[in-house]
Design a protein around this ligand. Structure first.
Ligand code: UFG
Length: 338
C-alpha cells in the first residue's frame, strides 16, 4: 500500500515509517516541523535504504492536503499529527482544540473527497481518564479526561466513529497507545523533545548524560508495589509494528475498532530507574518529589484485543527499552542537531 503519515517526522511516526517500508509498503510524509526536524526523515531513509517522499505542510491547510492527495494515490492514512504536551494543553487549551480537531477534520474531508477511506489514528490511553480498575480494556466506559490534550484524543475518537457510522465503507482503527519509550536499535532515530522533557524516559536519559542534575520521582505514596507510579511502557519499535498490523487490518475490514497498544505489564518509576542503571552501567541520581497533579497510581493495558484482531503483540522487554533509549541519547546528545 501507499500510506500517508501525517506528522510523519515525529518520534512514533519515524519508527513506523521504517517498519512500513520493511514490510514492503511505500510511504508519503506530511509534517509542518513545529515539533520535529527534517533530519529525522533523512535518517529514516538511511536506515531503510530508500527515499521517503515528504511535504512540508500543515494538516489544517486544505489546499496543501488536497495537493498531496492529487499528486499521490494514497491507499491509507496514519494520522500522527497533533500537539501532545499534557501540561502545555492546560495552559493553551484553545490552541490544542483548534489544531488537533481542525487538522483531523481537514484530513478526513480531503480523504473523503479523494475516495480514501482507510485511517489509523494515534489515540492514547489518556482517554480512559482515572481508571476504576486495571488492566484497561477497550470496552470500558471512559469517564472523562484530566486535560485538554486528552479531550482532543477523546473527541477525535468520537468524530471518527461518527464518520464510520455515516459511511460504512470507511475503515478506522483507533490505536490507544500506552507509554512508548526506547528507540530504533541503530541508535539513529529516537525521541527528541523540545526543551526540558516532561516524560519519564527522556528525562532519565538526560540525567544519565549529565545534561540535567537529577530526576524528580513524582510521589512515592501511590498504591503500587513500591509507592511510585506504575505504567505500561512499550518499546517504540513494537508500537510501530502495531501500526503495520493495523494498516493490514484496515485494508481487509470496514468499520471502526478501538485497540490498545501496550504490553499488559506495569512497571514503576523506580523499576525503570533501576533497570536503566543496571543495563547501561550509568547512574541516574533522583530525589522523591511531590505527586504531579493529574497522575494516577497505575495504568496498564489488557492487550488481548490487539492480539486477537491484529495478530500483534509486543515482543521487546524493559531491558531492550532502557538499552535502546540510552544508545539513542548517548549517540545523539543534541538530538537531531549536529
Ligand atoms: N514521572 C516522574 N518524574 C518525571 C516524569 C515522570 O516521576 O520527571 C513519573 C510520572 O509521575 C508517572 C510516570 O513517571 O508515574 C510516567 O510519566 P510520563 O510523563 O512519562 O507519562 P504519563 O503516563 O504521565 O503520560 C503518558 C503520555 C501521555 C499519554 C499517557 C497515556 O505522556 O501523552 O501516557 O496514559 F496520554
Amino acid at each position: 500500500m501507499n500510506i500517508l503519515l501525517t506528522g510523519g517526522a515525529g518520534y512514533i511516526a519515524t519508527h513506523t515509517c521504517v517498519e512500513l517500508m520493511k514490510a514492503g509498503h511505500d510511504v508519503v510524509v506530511v509534517d509542518n516541523y513545529v515539533n520535529s526536524q527534517p533530519e529525522a526523515l533523512r535518517r529514516v531513509e538511511e536506515i531503510a535504504g530508500r527515499s521517503v517522499k515528504s511535504y512540508e505542510a500543515d494538516c489544517c491547510d486544505a489546499s496543501a492536503m488536497n495537493r498531496i492527495f492529487d499528486e499521490n494515490r494514497i491507499d491509507a492514512v496514519i494520522h500522527f499529527a497533533g500537539l501532545k504536551a499534557v501540561g502545555e494543553s492546560v495552559h493553551i487549551p484553545l490552541r490544542y482544540y483548534r489544531n488537533n480537531l481542525d487538522s483531523t477534520l481537514t484530513l478526513c474531508e480531503t480523504m473523503a473527497a479523494h475516495g480514501c477511506k482507510r485511517l489509523v489514528f494515534s489515540s492514547s490511553a489518556t482517554v480512559y481518564g482515572v481508571p476504576d480498575e486495571v488492566p484497561l480494556r477497550e470496552d470500558m466506559f471512559c469517564k472523562g479526561c484530566t486535560n485538554p490534550y486528552g479531550w482532543t484524543k477523546y473527541m477525535i475518537e468520537k468524530i471518527l466513529s461518527g464518520v464510520v457510522e455515516a459511511d460504512p465503507e470507511w475503515s478506522v482503527v483507533l490505536l490507544r497507545y500506552f507509554n512508548p519509550i526506547g528507540a530504533h536499535e541503530s541508535g539513529r532515530i529516537g525521541e527528541n523533545p523540545n526543551g526540558i522533557p516532561n516524560n519519564l524516559m527522556p528525562y532519565i536519559t538526560k540525567v544519565a548524560a549529565g545534561q540535567l542534575k537529577q530526576l524528580s520521582v513524582f510521589g512515592n505514596d501511590y498504591d503500587t508495589h513500591d509507592g511510585t507510579g506504575v505504567r505500561d511502557y512499550i518499546h517504540v519499535v513494537d508500537l510501530a509494528r502495531g501500526h503495520v498490523s493495523a494498516c493490514d487490518y484496515a485494508a481487509q475490514h470496514t468499520g471502526c475498532e478501538i485497540i490498545n497498544l501496550g504490553t499488559g505489564v506495569g512497571y514503576s518509576v523506580l523499576d525503570i530507574v533501576n533497570t536503566f542503571e543496571r543495563v547501561n552501567h550509568v547512574p541516574v541520581p533522583y530525589v522523591i518529589a511531590p505527586r504531579r497533579p493529574g497522575d494516577v497510581d497505575a495504568c496498564y493495558a489488557d492487550p488481548g484485543k490487539a492480539e486477537r484482531l491484529l495478530g500483534w503483540k509486543a515482543e521487546k522487554n524493559l531491558e531492550d527499552m532502557c538499552r535502546d533509549s540510552w544508545r539513542w541519547q548517548s549517540g545523539n546528545p543534541n538530538g537531531y542537531q549536529a
